[in-house]
Design a protein around this ligand. Structure first.
Ligand SMILES: [Zn+2]
Length: 116
């Protein structure tokens, strides 16, 4: 019974984390931001086209993630911003350093494969 209770608690905690997890909103900028705020995906356009996405790693490790958008350099990502300004990023992001998080972001919401 205690085990069941513990598991139920865990499920609720995970659910809460999912429901109240910050959403990622788009912010268009012309240069790399000095400070990266939580809950924002900076869409950096140093030229005519966006070239980089910058945001805080959703796992909470505090790292800043930089994603290349230019399709002449691999790997590169594509993104979409919906009517509400919420960001989707494809394909998924698999960090090869530090926290090694693997996640994707759809309509501003983080779907994680290996944390939570
Ligand atoms: Zn992380």
């Amino acid at each position: 019974m205690a085990r069941l209770k513990k598991r139920t608690g865990e499920t609720f905690r995970k659910l809460g984390k999912f429901l109240f997890a910050p959403r990622y909103y788009a912010r268009n900028v012309n240069e790399f931001p000095q400070r990266v705020k939580k809950g924002l995906v900076y869409i950096v356009s140093e030229g005519p086209e966006p070239d980089t996405l910058i945001f805080k790693c959703p796992c909470g490790c505090g790292d800043t993630v930089y994603l290349n958008l230019l399709n002449d350099t691999h790997p590169y990502w594509r993104f979409d911003v919906n009517f509400f300004g919420l960001v989707s990023i494809r394909p998924s992001v698999r960090r090869t350093v530090k926290c090694k998080s693997h996640f994707h972001i759809t309509n501003g919401r983080v779907i994680s494969y290996n944390f939570f």
